[in-house]
Design a protein around this ligand. Structure first.
Ligand SMILES: NC(=O)c1ccc[n+]([C@@H]2O[C@H](COP(=O)([O-])OP(=O)(O)OC[C@H]3O[C@@H](n4cnc5c(N)ncnc54)[C@H](OP(=O)(O)O)[C@@H]3O)[C@@H](O)[C@H]2O)c1
Length: 267
């Protein structure tokens, strides 16, 4: 199949990082299937891309928190032989002190950040494996490594995205199918507003633009960097973290005996 017949599915393509992925992937020659709830915003993204490129842009209006809509998108992905790339980008924060966040907001966060990402990945994998080709990009966050108050559900969901992706990378190691986790720091989008905050809890200088983030993450993908920490200047901090994680795993798998510090004290 020539490059010109490849389709990329981008979820959350109605704003922010998803729009930037759609634009950058179109510039790389991908045809697009754009997914989100706000049809007029998807149409705006599609119009802008069609004005600049010759790619085909399809729009799928779907609430990924709705099980029928999610199944519809999953079935579309399962049934298309021409999809080569899935960007699981749709997500939200439901930020605030956990006891003060509504149960509905937390449910919705898990449905979008965890359940939809998992279901769409599961839908894409069999075809990708059959064709021994294809890439899944899962948008996590630095918060996956950095639990914070006022973001307990969010940081839990992004830690899921990171571990889910890492486990898949191990499963897919002997195939040509790639799965990348991208861990952005703060990015200037509608995210914080959509998550219920009036002001982002980060200083201005920590923010990237969505375009900078996506260009960085796609360059990382080109370089086969499958865990992308876009603003990490010196990779040695990550290397040291990974080495320490390896040491901990070795120590955790030495024996099944309860550790001595938990032995019941007599007397
Ligand atoms: N901005 C940051 O600082 C930052 C940092 C780290 C990670 N991230 C991650 O980056 C991803 C994109 O966020 P963003 O910053 O671009 O925020 P954003 O501008 O708020 O975009 C979120 C996107 O998700 C879509 N979405 C939300 N709920 C949905 C639903 N029920 N069904 C379908 N689509 C839904 C929205 O589309 P509709 O509203 O039209 O449905 C929108 O296109 C998220 O996964 C976020 O966690 C963001």
């Amino acid at each position: 199949m020539s490059d010109h017949q490849r389709f990329a599915v981008v979820t959350g393509a109605s704003s922010g990082i998803g729009v930037a992925y759609a634009e950058r992937l179109a510039a790389r020659g991908y045809h697009l299937i754009l997914v989100a709830r706000r049809r007029e915003r998807l149409e705006e993204t599609a119009r802008n891309i069609r004005a600049k490129t010759n790619v085909t842009v399809e729009i799928v209006t779907a609430d990924l928190g709705d099980s029928n809509d999610l199944s519809r998108v999953a079935t579309l992905i399962e049934g298309r032989e021409d999809i080569d790339l899935l960007v699981n980008n749709a997500g939200l924060g439901a930020l605030g002190l956990t006891a003060q966040v509504s149960a509905a907001a937390l449910d919705n966060l898990i449905k979008i950040n965890v359940q939809a990402l998992t279901r769409l990945t599961h839908a894409a994998l069999p075809g990708f494996l059959r064709r021994d080709r294809g890439t899944i990009i899962n948008i996590a966050s630095i918060i996956a490594l950095m639990p914070t108050p006022t973001g307990a559900g969010y940081s839990g969901s992004k830690a899921y995205v990171l571990n889910f992706t890492r486990s898949l990378q191990m499963e897919l190691a002997n195939t040509k199918v790639k799965v990348q986790a991208v861990l952005p720091g703060p990015v200037r989008t509608e995210f914080f507003e959509a998550s219920g905050l009036k002001q982002a809890p980060f200083p201005d200088e920590l923010f990237m633009t969505p375009e900078e983030l996506v260009d960085t993450a796609l360059t990382a993908l080109d370089q086969d960097e499958l865990i992308c920490l876009p603003a990490l200047q010196d990779l040695s901090a990550w290397t040291a973290y990974e080495a320490a994680r390896g040491e901990l795993i070795r120590a955790l798998t030495q024996s099944g005996r309860p550790a001595a510090r938990y032995a019941k004290r007599v007397g």
